[in-house]
Structures are given as C-alpha cells and as structure tokens.
Design a protein. Structure first.
Length: 94
C-alpha cells in the first residue's frame, strides 16, 4: 500500500526500496538525491544529468521533501553510511 505525501513527485511504498521515500515512478531514493545535493555539492541540473530519467521538478520536489523531513532523512543517511563502513570492515577481514 502506497503512502500519500503532500509532494506530487514523492512516493512511499513498502514494496519499493524497503519503504524509503523515492521519486514517484522510480527507484531513486530521496536520501540519494539529498546526498548528491548536500554532500557531493551537485546542483539540481547536475543531478538530472546523472539521472537522465528524472525531471528538474522531480529533483526540486525531492529536495523539498528532504528539507521538510531532514532529521529523519539525515538519520537514514547516517545509518546507511555506518552499514557501508561495517561491510568494508568485513571485507578487509576476509
């Protein structure tokens, strides 16, 4: 069952990306767009160049959703980063 948001280009569906908020009709997570914008300093135009199936209005709506839910989304970004770091450590131990 899909969860409605006030953002026309954002959807949350437990069957897509484990229920993470995504750009509607895609598997691009909102946190990934936020990472590109906030941490990689990519402009919205650069983001759509990297993801040519996205439209500029989708990226702007995704960023708006991110800022409205920043604490929750930043927590997810931190958890994802820690998970990747743990995987890297496990790889080193092989």
């Amino acid at each position: 069952m899909q969860t409605k948001t006030e953002h026309p280009y954002v959807e949350i569906n437990p069957k897509i990306c484990n229920g993470s908020a995504v750009v509607a009709g895609t598997r691009v997570r909102i946190v990934d767009i936020a990472i590109e914008y906030e941490y990689l300093s990519r402009s919205p135009d650069e983001i759509i160049t990297a993801h040519p199936h996205l439209k500029l209005e989708q990226v702007h709506d995704a960023l708006s959703y991110y800022y409205e839910n920043r604490a929750e989304m930043d927590k997810k970004i931190k958890e994802d980063k820690q998970f990747v770091e743990r995987l890297a450590e496990l790889q080193k131990g092989r």
